[in-house]
Design a protein around this ligand. Structure first.
Ligand code: NAP
Ligand code: MG
Length: 403
């Protein structure tokens, strides 16, 4: 079989620990035999980040802006223990945080749905994609523990000296205070990312806040989303047969529980933090959750939602067998290859991505899976495979499909 040709390189961001091991296996078994793989390689493994003073992370984000599509392996976010373990020059920042800030992007997380791994919510037939606005609000707050009686005010002083002043509360005793903010720029970027991704994936978009109570703060989110939608996206949504839908957050939560899935749920920062954990755990497994960072100008970085699976890596280092699920990492590659194919007009690449995803799903649905899934599947007597065996089983299905 002739290998599929690519024209533009994918930005490849290698990573750490067990996922780095899976990364190589995936390339060797599932990609390189079938694709003339073109990538611009960046080693985001912690050792190399340390050697380059983290410049490699910045370079990889710049390359993503240049080429438009990246695929990323999970990476270690250093803490004190990692500084010691890897003898780091300093506690380097989270690569995901650096890349997200440079691309000004929004992260969309979606579960991979397979028969045999049923969501806890039985009417969820299709994936629910969650988009979290990852800037500001309570995550960048200023707090005061009020010691006793007194007046609390909210004051804004403009650059020209003009002042806006509101009373928050006249305290008659001790209490608490919190100041939060957001910016039009950040909300605007979020809006574009959400509308673009909805069009891209042809799914309805839901957005919810508490604008009935928060008449300026939350209402501004609602207004900005609506203005941008009406001005730039309404016609495109109509043409794609999809809908933008705004409601109150409590109504959204109630509706989500009754819905069939198959839509994107855009959330403010806190709602997204809380709801993404609820949605992902209800769908079954972190190892079956994909993640894509979308920038407002249409750059894409695909990855798995889980981390480097450290515990499995230490077993691997001791020569013990591991059964680590590679599906989310494979889907990061297929997402990136499909997008590259779409942008460059290479249909074979898009077809390949579809077939590789189908091969993963069918492998699991036929009863062959890794241990994490075997523990939660409704399939009787699953065939539990090790990390490599699972990837080889997927290859067999893939070759059937490509034949
Ligand atoms: P983790 O790597 O997601 O793993 C947590 C646990 O979840 C594992 O120990 C394992 O459970 C299970 N699990 C996760 N992915 C799995 C898979 N593919 N197959 C089978 N089981 C899987 O989270 P962590 O251990 O808290 O973090 C490890 C490192 O990853 C940290 O250094 C953190 O900074 C980094 N991290 C990176 C990213 C990213 O790059 N996007 C995201 C999160 C965390 P059992 O041990 O019970 O089998
Ligand atoms: Mg959380």
């Amino acid at each position: 079989m002739e290998k599929i040709k690519m024209t533009t390189p994918l930005v490849e961001m290698d990573g750490d620990e067990m996922t780095r091991i899976l990364w190589k296996m995936i390339k060797d078994e599932l990609l390189l035999p079938f694709i003339d793989l073109k990538t611009e390689y960046y080693d985001l493994g912690l050792e190399h980040r340390n050697e380059t003073d983290d410049q490699v992370t910045v370079d990889s984000a710049e390359a993503t802006k240049k080429y438009g599509v990246a695929v990323k392996c999970a990476t270690i976010t250093p803490n004190a223990a990692r500084v010691e373990e890897y003898n780091l020059k300093q506690m380097w920042k989270s690569p995901n945080g650096t890349i997200r800030a440079m691309l000004d992007g929004t992260v969309f997380r979606a579960p991979i749905v397979v028969k045999g791994i049923e969501p806890c919510v039985k009417n969820w037939e299709k994936p629910i994609t969650l988009a979290r606005h990852a800037y500001g609000d309570v995550y960048k707050n200023t707090e005061i523990k009020v010691p006793g009686p007194g007046k609390a005010e909210l004051v804004f002083t403009g650059e020209d000296g003009t002042e806006i002043r509101e009373t928050i509360h006249d305290f008659t005793g001790a209490g608490i205070l919190q100041g939060i903010h957001n910016t039009e720029k950040s909300i605007t970027s979020f809006a574009h990312c959400c509308f673009k991704y909805a069009l891209d994936t042809k799914q309805d978009l839901w957005f919810a806040t508490k604008d009935t109570i928060s008449k300026k703060y939350d209402h501004t989110f609602k207004d900005i989303m609506q203005e941008i939608f009406d001005a730039e996206y309404k016609e495109k949504f109509d043409a794609a047969g999809i809908e933008y839908f705004y409601t109150l957050i409590d109504d959204a939560v109630a509706r989500v529980m009754k819905a069939k899935g198959g839509f994107i749920w855009a959330c403010k920062n806190y709602d997204g933090d809380v709801m993404s954990d609820m949605v992902s755990s209800a769908f079954g497994s972190l190892a079956m959750m994909t993640s894509v960072l979308v920038s407002p100008d249409g750059n894409y970085e695909y990855e798995a939602a889980h981390g480097t699976v450290q515990r499995h890596y230490y077993k691997h280092l001791k020569g013990e067998e591991t059964s680590t699920n590679s599906v989310a990492t494979i889907f990061a590659w297929t997402g990136a290859l499909r997008k590259r194919g779409e942008l460059d007009g290479i249909k074979e690449l898009m077809d390949f991505a579809d077939k590789l995803e189908a091969a993963c799903v069918e492998t699991i649905e036929s009863g062959s899976m890794t241990k994490d899934l075997a523990l939660i599947t409704s399939i009787k007597d699953p065939n539990v495979l090790n990390s490599e065996g699972f990837i080889k089983a997927i290859r067999v299905k893939l070759e059937e499909k490509l034949a």
